[in-house]
Design a protein around this ligand. Structure first.
Ligand SMILES: *[C@@H]1O[C@H](CO)[C@@H](O)[C@H](O)[C@H]1NC(C)=O
Ligand SMILES: *[C@@H]1O[C@H](CO)[C@@H](O)[C@H](O)[C@H]1NC(C)=O
Ligand SMILES: *[C@@H]1O[C@H](CO)[C@@H](O)[C@H](O)[C@H]1NC(C)=O
Ligand SMILES: *[C@@H]1O[C@H](CO)[C@@H](O)[C@H](O)[C@H]1NC(C)=O
Ligand SMILES: *[C@@H]1O[C@H](CO)[C@@H](O)[C@H](O)[C@H]1NC(C)=O
Length: 670
């Protein structure tokens, strides 16, 4: 292959497939073919050769423009072998009317002037039909029975020499190699069919083979005619097609020809042009039934998709305001939280606190286990400050705090995402009688020290003073190693070091609330210490600070105090411990609990001091001196009076039901 050919292939692939030289050509479609056309013949934009036109009854001819040499000399008794292969389609426009066929023709001119349409197939006219000076050999594909030319039927293939009375004609059929039989074909079925015409110059045999487009060349030809065409064939002849349609369209899709041999470059059937869409009836059916149906269905699909999209959008809608953009790294997508908690299923519910429900979840991508707290909020007031607090809290890292991982905000709802604590809250270990939740004294003591350490961090070690406000057993969580983690400090108010605490709604849990807290509504580090004292007693005694149902000794601290004054303090120890504990440690915890529960906040130790006591770094002071010197009984009773006074009858219900006093949200006061 020459360089120019190669470039031609690259630039004009369709040219490359319609190659030709002096003895052969191949057209896979006629897009760039230079054919001699006359009459109705035309090449359509897609490369289809159309030999007819419905409006007039005329002829159409398409010839290869250059002639071929068929003989060595004009009078030579032998003609060169040749072969041709083409794909055609006869498409009737009005069945069953319409007809007249087409023909492959070898002629002395590249056109057939004076020829007639209809039964003459554009090959001859009444004066020259059958004249041996015509020098025409044709293979007709006839779809009309013309009795004047002895046609055998209206669907035949015939070999014509100089005239329309065929030398040999056969009903259109092809050899089926599987059945070994000839199978009828309908020429004007509108289907694509192939024809192979071969002439063997030595044996003087004309073979015509027919087959549907999808069938490979059959091994047995339809027509095999021994006939010496040499007297008819001139030395130089043209090859082409003739057509005389009547209410039909004749198409040639591809064509190859070769002289002196079998076609060496077969047609590439996959590259042939497409037939135009036919059958207006079919189209109208599509238009009248199919189109409306399709549009209705697609309309429904669209509506469904839109509804789904809107629903999804609504379902996963979040609230994100401009000022929040800085906090994006701390934000979770609601969709992820929704997937993580399986749509906030009840099955994933870990617990219900005063501020909302907590769900267990597994984040979709990272597979990290989280606890998601849903806090409902109505007002947008103070939201900015609250989110800032949350983000600030999210930066806190202490081994005894539950890490806050981030948040998400929706309309009327705030979601806080915490690290998941596999062993749950301490509450159930203290109060559930199930032995699988039993905790030894050593474990309890470690929990106490852990909570003290976490609280010290909040009070003194973080950049701001953080008051927890709701220290209680159910807010102490146990991680995988049963280490205590203080949770729910997302509800705490933050105060800058040294600044005055603001007054706000009382938040906390009955039995853990310091008397001055309920009186003034002010939460301080001392009120946290008071709650921690109640917690100490709870852990050591295995009893809630207030047992509303108990007929006597309903208030734990009162009971512990009374036994302590009698010198029988170990009588309050949790019987579930079975006496297996360090008396020294238990006594320390109980006495520390009493000290922290002192009604006068200035007597209560600070968290740093408490940690020192628990670690044994500092000796615990003589409790009786502390209480007596300040008039313990009076002070204590006074504190307790306050406690009772601060709870009018409406809140007394809290004793019997939930122990949570305030359900107002911390930030609502801002
Ligand atoms: C039929 O042939 C005439 C004359 O050649 C032409 O004007 C007309 O457009 C053709 N019709 C079609 C359908 O090609
Ligand atoms: C087409 O063929 C004719 C006849 O051989 C010739 O005169 C003409 O130049 C050819 N045109 C092209 C574009 O090849
Ligand atoms: C018949 O065809 C021949 C050859 O093309 C032509 O010379 C002749 O004039 C035609 N006769 C009629 C009557 O058209
Ligand atoms: C095939 O066509 C011929 C001629 O039209 C007819 O005689 C024959 O019965 C047909 N065969 C089949 C199987 O249709
Ligand atoms: C023509 O067909 C006959 C019979 O099938 C076969 O023997 C012969 O080889 C064929 N000739 C050509 C040129 O294909």
């Amino acid at each position: 292959m020459s360089l120019i050919n190669l470039i031609a292939i690259l630039l004009f692939p369709e040219i490359a497939f319609s190659s030709s030289d002096s003895s052969s050509f191949t057209f896979n479609g006629f897009k760039s073919a230079n054919l001699s056309l006359d009459g109705l013949a035309q090449i359509m934009p897609n490369g289809l050769l159309r030999l007819s036109n419905l409006t007039k009854q005329q002829t159409g001819h398409a010839f290869y423009p250059t002639p071929f040499i068929f003989k060595n000399s004009q009078n030579s008794p032998s003609t060169f072998s040749f072969s041709t292969h083409f794909v055609f389609a006869i498409v009737p426009q009005l069945q069953p009317l319409g007809g007249h066929g087409m023909a492959f023709v070898i002629a002395p001119t590249n056109g057939l002037p004076g020829s007639l349409p209809s039964t003459y197939l554009g090959l001859f006219n009444e004066s020259n039909n059958g004249n041996r000076l015509n020098h025409i050999v044709a293979v007709e594909l006839d779809t009309l029975k013309s009795s004047e030319f002895n046609d055998i039927d209206d669907n035949h293939v015939g070999v014509d020499v100089n005239g329309l009375v065929s030398v040999l004609a056969k009903p259109a059929a092809y050899y089926n190699s599987q059945t070994g039989l000839f199978q009828n074909l309908t020429l004007n079925s509108g289907k694509k069919m192939q024809v192979w015409i071969e002439y063997d110059g030595v044996s003087e045999l004309i073979n015509v083979t027919l087959a549907p487009i999808e069938v490979a060349k059959p091994s047995v030809p339809l027509i095999s005619l021994r006939y010496n065409i040499s007297p008819v064939i001139n030395r130089i002849m043209y090859v082409g097609f003739s057509s005389a349609p009547l209410l039909t369209s004749h198409y040639v899709l591809g064509w190859s020809f070769e002289i002196n041999g079998i076609v060496s470059r077969p047609l590439d059937l996959s590259r042939l042009p497409k037939l135009p869409r036919i059958g207006p009836k079919k189209q109208s059916k599509i238009l009248t039934i199919g189109l409306p149906l399709i549009s209705i269905v697609s309309l429904l699909i669209c509506a469904f998709c839109a509804a789904y999209y809107v629903r999804r959008k609504w379902k996963f809608a979040e609230v994100l305001e401009g000022w929040e953009l800085d906090y994006i790294p701390h934000r979770f997508m609601y969709k992820d939280l929704y997937i993580a908690t399986k749509g906030f299923k009840d099955k994933e519910l870990l617990g219900t606190g005063g501020f909302g429900k907590v769900y267990r979840g597994v984040m979709p991508n990272s597979r990290i286990e989280v606890a998601v707290k849903r806090v409902s909020h109505e007002s947008r007031q103070g939201m900015k400050e609250f989110v800032a607090e949350i983000v600030s809290i999210g930066r806190m890292r202490h081994r005894n705090l539950v890490p806050l991982l981030g948040y998400c905000r929706r309309k009327g709802e705030l979601l806080l995402v915490y690290e998941y604590m596999p062993n749950g809250s301490l509450d159930k270990y203290l109060h559930d009688q199930n032995p699988k939740f039993a905790l030894t004294w050593d474990q309890r003591y470690r929990v106490i020290k852990g909570v003290a350490s976490g609280l010290l961090y909040l009070h003194e070690e973080w950049e701001q003073v953080v008051i927890h406000r709701d220290i209680k057993a159910s807010n102490v969580l146990l991680d995988g190693e049963f280490k205590a983690r203080l949770g729910d400090f997302g509800l705490a108010r933050l105060y800058d070091h040294g600044s005055d605490p603001q007054t706000t709604h009382v938040v906390g849990t009955l039995g853990y609330l310091a008397p001055e807290h309920t009186r003034t509504g002010k939460a301080t580090t001392s009120t946290d210490v008071y709650a921690f004292g109640a917690f100490l007693l709870e852990v050591a005694c295995g009893r809630r600070p207030v047992e509303p149902k108990a007929s006597e000794n309903a208030v734990l601290v009162e009971w512990v105090f009374s036994l302590w004054s009698k010198g029988e303090i170990l009588g309050v120890v949790d019987p579930n411990l079975g006496g297996d504990y360090s008396e020294e440690e238990v006594e320390l915890v109980l006495k520390l609990g009493l000290l922290c529960s002192h009604s006068r906040p200035e007597i209560r130790p600070g968290m740093r001091q408490i940690v020192r006591y628990l670690e044994g770094v500092v000796d615990f002071p003589e409790l009786s001196s502390l209480f007596s010197s300040n008039g313990v009984a009076f002070a204590y009773n006074e504190g307790f009076d306050d406690f009772n006074v601060s709870y009018p009858s409406s809140t007394q219900t809290a004793f019997t039901g939930s122990s949570s006093v305030a359900n107002s949200i911390i930030y609502s006061g801002r």
